[in-house]
Design a protein around this ligand. Sequence first.
Ligand SMILES: C[S@@+](CC[C@H](N)C(=O)[O-])C[C@H]1O[C@@H](n2cnc3c(N)ncnc32)[C@H](O)[C@@H]1O
Length: 253
Amino acid sequence: MQPGTTEPAGGDVVRRLRLALVRRLMPPPVRARHLEYSLLCSADDDPVRPSARLLDLALEAVRHARSVSLDDVDARVPATTFFPNVWPGEHYKLLAGLVLALRPARVVEIGTAAGTSALTLRKYLPPEGVLHTFDILPWPDYPATYLRPDDFADGRLVQHVADLTERAVFDRHRPLLAESDLIFVDAAKDGVMEQVLIDHFGTVAFNRPPIVVFDDIRLWNMLRIWRALPYPKLDLTSFGHWSGTGLVDWVTR
Ligand SMILES: C[S@@+](CC[C@H](N)C(=O)[O-])C[C@H]1O[C@@H](n2cnc3c(N)ncnc32)[C@H](O)[C@@H]1O
C-alpha cells in the first residue's frame, strides 16, 4: 500500500491542530520512519471470534509467506516507496501466501494504486485465476505506476475504473463480487469508505463465503470499523502490515 497516514490533507486545520495537540500531550516514545497513533483493545469483550477456517487459512498462508519470492515485484518498485520483500511488517508476502493457500478463481482488489499488491496477488494465482482490481484512477494515470501494458495481456489482470462505494456502480459489479473468493480492501481509509463497502458487501449473495482482507485496520480511522465488523475475523497484523492486517470470513449471517 501507499504508506497510509491519518494525517489530514492540507487545509483541514482542525484535524491538523488536533494531531499537533495529541503529539504534544503524548509524544511518541519511539522513533520510526512512519508513526501512527492507535489503540489497543481487549479481546474478551469482542463477541466475534475467528472461525476455524480463518485460523487454518492464516497458518497455511503464513507458512507460504515464509518461502515465496517477490524479487520480481521488488525489482520494479523503488526502494523508498513500497516494500514487497519486507515480511513480516508489510503485507505483500502474506497476500501471496493467501493466494497460494486459497487458490482463488476470482480475486477482487479495491485500490490498485501503483500496482504493487496487484502484481503480488496476480503472481501466484492458479491457472484459471483472474484478478479484478478497482480504482478511481486508471492505472496509466497513476503517478509512477509499476504496471505495464503486458501485465494485462493474458487477461488474468483486469482493471475496472469504478467507485464501488456508489451503490449503482456496486450493483453493476455485483455478479463479479458474488463469485469472488478473495477480496482485498486497500482504498481510502477515511473512516467512511470502508464502512460503505462493508454495508454493500452485506447485500451480496456470495456464491461461496469469500475471505475479505482489510488493510490498515489499526489506523485510527479503521479502529471502529474493524471492531464493529460482525463476521468471524482475525487480526493478523504480526504477519502482515505494520499498520494492521485483518482477515474476515464473510459467512452469511
Ligand atoms: C493505499 S492505495 C492502494 C495501494 C495498493 N493496494 C498497493 O498495495 O499497491 C489506495 C488506492 O485506493 C484508491 N481509491 C480511493 N478511493 C477509492 C474508491 N472509492 N474506489 C476504488 N479505489 C479507490 C486510490 O486512488 C489509491 O490508488
